[in-house]
Design a protein around this ligand. Structure first.
Ligand SMILES: [Zn+2]
Length: 143
């Protein structure tokens, strides 16, 4: 699967800056609540579980499990974003109910399986490091 040369980039906000730029240091930074110790995403100024505002981004391992995915065949952006590509919902190793919508890369779409182990990688575009996920080198728990 060819990686796209083009990405629709997010508007980086004060809350999301750590998430979108952590890749400059090779870190996936996810918001964590210091009151209940839980991670959450997307980043926000308060914890959605306990309402505490004592929250801040912290680096996670970058390891995750593919919870669900869809295979897109429609060329929304022409040749700039080659199809097919896999849009995945991954669960962080640190907090399985904290999920990220991402692209699964470096993997034949035919080999993608729910439950497979994936790890983060970053694509640098302008001032944003887009977190994408690829199968771990040790393989996954494909079922
Ligand atoms: Zn909390």
């Amino acid at each position: 699967m060819t990686r796209p040369a083009f990405r629709m980039l997010p508007e980086v906000t004060a809350d999301s800056a750590a998430f979108w730029t952590g890749g400059a240091d090779g870190e996936l930074r996810i918001h964590r609540c210091h009151a209940c110790s839980r991670w959450f995403h997307p980043p926000a100024p308060a914890c959605f579980r306990c309402r505490s505002r004592d929250v801040a981004p912290e680096a996670v391992s970058g390891r995750a499990t593919l919870a669900s995915y869809t295979l897109n065949h429609h060329p929304w952006f022409g040749e700039a974003f080659p199809v097919p590509y896999v849009v995945g919902l991954v669960e962080l190793a640190e907090e399985p109910d904290t999920r990220l919508t991402t692209q699964i890369v470096d993997c034949d779409p035919a080999d993608v399986r729910i439950g497979m182990d994936v790890e983060v990688d970053f694509e640098h575009h302008d001032d944003v490091w887009v977190p994408v996920f690829r199968p771990t080198s040790t393989g996954g728990q494909a079922s």
